[in-house]
Design a protein around this ligand. Sequence first.
Ligand code: COA
Length: 187
Amino acid sequence: MLTQTQTTYAVKQSSALSDAEIRTILESWDVADWKDMRTEEFRHRFETSEFHLLSGPDQQMLSIARINFKFKVKIGDVIYPIAELVGFVAIEILKGYGKILLGRIKENLQNRKIEAVGFCKNKSSTYYESCGLRIFYNAVKYLREKKDDEWFTPTEDDDIISLTLDNPAIALFEKLSDENPAYLLFE
Ligand SMILES: CC(C)(COP(=O)(O)OP(=O)(O)OC[C@H]1O[C@@H](n2cnc3c(N)ncnc32)[C@H](O)[C@@H]1OP(=O)(O)O)[C@@H](O)C(=O)NCCC(=O)NCCS
């Protein structure tokens, strides 16, 4: 198990990722439809994302996350440019690498004044809490996403994770309800 000082943290655009890095990311994400995605398609599909990578001394990837900037949140009449944490995995789990990477991402985004949220199932919330993040429990039911011109409530997650929300945004997320939902805009 490597210590934090033995690890390297890097932020890359999809265009800067090597073929080998893209293969490692796709394998770790384990999305059946994406397994055979070609390098150029990957770079294009994720051109508005950043990849936050933790590596070891032999350049081996330890943990990966994507920050999606093709994402905004509309609450009331205001559209907030909040980024989305997604595709967060540790290559070898339970060695502390996920926690190190989350800490580095948080610091990086805060320095750049970028607010970000993620989503998870109830069973993962204690993990994020143990990494010092604020959870809005069972708040995903107050989100709305659009598909085929219809708004629907996403069901694959339960909780919203505040990675780097500032206090005004935290107050907005605390007040979400069926009457005051947040609309997720993937644009
Ligand atoms: C979730 C994930 C990224 C965590 O990374 P990890 O490197 O395995 O976790 P860490 O080793 O950093 O764990 C940090 C701490 O959280 C604890 N922890 C880990 N998983 C936990 C869980 N499911 N519930 C509660 N605590 C947990 C660890 O015991 C550790 O505690 P410590 O700091 O007191 O020692 C990793 O398990 C993973 O890739 N899972 C599969 C993909 C996934 O579920 N991604 C998240 C989608 S929301």
